[in-house]
Design a protein around this ligand. Structure first.
Ligand code: MD3
Ligand code: FE
Length: 211
């Protein structure tokens, strides 16, 4: 969805093959229920501030639901069957699974629902998602809470990029050529949404990891 306002120049609608945005798919009145489900997951599997293999703390805090969670630490990036604290990942909430099947049309369930939390100042540098075993499945992303400036490029770091503001309730499917595109979150407008009492942004990404 486009967003131009007094603080920023207008951002053109992002048009890339395989990038499919469903702006406002989750209605405002339904978003509190999503937050309740996410709070229950976080209560069982607390958010952690991952550390990159290079030893830098990521500004985004993460946890996961499903068979596998994605973790980062000094040993590297990988999918793991347990939370860093040692417990199982909670199951993916039913409403999240329902959206996955409805929007992607994929029959099988995702293995991982990664939960990213962006507090004030958090961002995510440009990267590819390539720790999964099969790139023919799409990745689905759900944005909740504060607005975020999402940037997407191509299959290598030198490709030109396009940006789009993501808002609470927006759902994005990345498939085809977009599946291996570099992407990141340049910034979040802290407090732009009232969904979370203290502000912040939640992003869910649903992935098929392996057979
Ligand atoms: C394009 N998350 O968790 S969601 C991530 O908003 C991640 O938290 C961002 O990048 C966030 O890896 C962006 C949109 C997204 C997610 C996965 C993708 C875009 C993608 C995978 C392939 C290509
Ligand atoms: Fe990513």
């Amino acid at each position: 969805m486009n967003s131009g306002d007094s603080a920023d120049p207008p951002v053109p609608t992002l048009r890339l093959r395989g990038f499919d945005i469903h702006a406002g798919l989750i209605p405002a009145a339904g978003q509190a229920g999503w937050v309740d489900d996410i709070r229950a997951v976080v209560a069982a599997a607390p958010l952690v501030a991952p550390v990159t293999p290079g030893g830098r703390a990521m500004s985004v805090r993460m946890t996961a639901a499903g068979r596998l969670g994605w973790v980062a630490d000094r040993a590297g990036y990988r999918y793991a069957a347990r939370h860093p604290g040692g417990g199982d990942w909670p199951p993916i909430p039913e409403r999240v699974l329902g959206l996955w099947h409805q929007v992607t049309g994929v029959q099988r369930a995702p293995d991982c629902c990664l939960i990213n939390f962006y507090g004030a100042g958090a961002r995510m540098g440009m990267h590819q998602d390539r720790d999964e075993g099969d790139f023919t499945f799409p990745v689905l992303s759900v944005s909740l809470g504060d607005d975020a400036l999402f940037r997407m490029g191509g299959p290598d770091r030198t490709a030109p990029t396009q940006s789009v503001w993501l808002h609470s309730g927006d759902v994005v499917v990345m498939g085809g050529a977009a599946r291996l595109a570099f992407h990141g979150i340049d910034r979040v407008r802290h407090g732009s949404s009232a969904l979370l009492p203290k502000g912040g942004r939640i992003n869910l990404t649903l992935r098929v990891v392996a057979d």
